[in-house]
Design a protein around this ligand. Structure first.
Ligand SMILES: CC(C)(COP(=O)(O)OP(=O)(O)OC[C@H]1O[C@@H](n2cnc3c(N)ncnc32)[C@H](O)[C@@H]1OP(=O)(O)O)[C@@H](O)C(=O)NCCC(=O)NCCS
Length: 153
């Protein structure tokens, strides 16, 4: 039985523990520099299975969109609907705040890197569409897609 609750400032270790399980997606800097700070200062959710923290999501509001900062589910618990459940929580939050769109950005499909095919499959299956494509000088993300989904109010 999966339980979800809002993220608190004390959840940093639990979040980093999950991120450490996902090095194919989150590099060393993300896991040990960016995610700990963002998890402390962004809103979010933590998902538990029998008391073990198995998933996290963070979000912030920018450019009129509820924007997903980080999202991750332990490999052992993927494909069980936990990612979708956290996404639905963020969509409810957007609705509650009167924000009409949820968005994020990720690696573009011009880059052949299977882990992020999984990420894009997840978002596209859940109704996200590409609204902007770009290239960056970030070696970890040379091609970026910005994706979003309208939230029915
Ligand atoms: C994206 C992520 C959070 C989804 O979490 P999840 O709990 O596995 O997602 P759900 O169970 O709700 O949805 C599963 C759907 O995601 C996609 N998906 C998940 N794993 C997949 C895989 N190995 N191959 C292909 N598609 C996959 C599919 O569309 C799948 O639906 P299906 O099982 O009916 O085919 C999870 O894959 C993850 O932690 N990925 C690594 C981190 C990441 O990519 N974060 C987002 C960018 S910050």
């Amino acid at each position: 039985m999966i339980a979800i609750r809002p993220l608190s400032q004390d959840d940093c270790d639990a979040v980093v523990g999950i991120a450490d399980n996902l090095p194919e997606w989150f590099d060393e800097h993300a896991r040990h520099a960016a995610i700990p700070i963002d998890a402390k200062h962004q809103n979010g959710f933590l998902a538990f299975d029998q008391g073990q923290a198995v998933g996290f999501a963070t979000y912030f509001v920018a450019e009129g969109k509820l924007t997903i900062g980080w999202l991750g589910v332990r490999k052992s618990h993927q494909r069980k609907g936990i990612g979708k459940t956290m996404l639905l929580e963020m969509e409810s939050k957007a609705r509650e705040l009167g924000i009409p769109e949820i968005a994020t950005y990720t690696l573009g499909d011009g880059i052949d890197y299977p882990p992020y095919e999984q990420t894009r499959a997840f978002y596209f299956k859940n109704g996200f569409r590409v609204y902007q494509r770009g290239t960056t000088d970030n070696p970890g993300c040379p091609e970026e897609i910005r994706i979003s989904k309208k939230i029915a109010q």
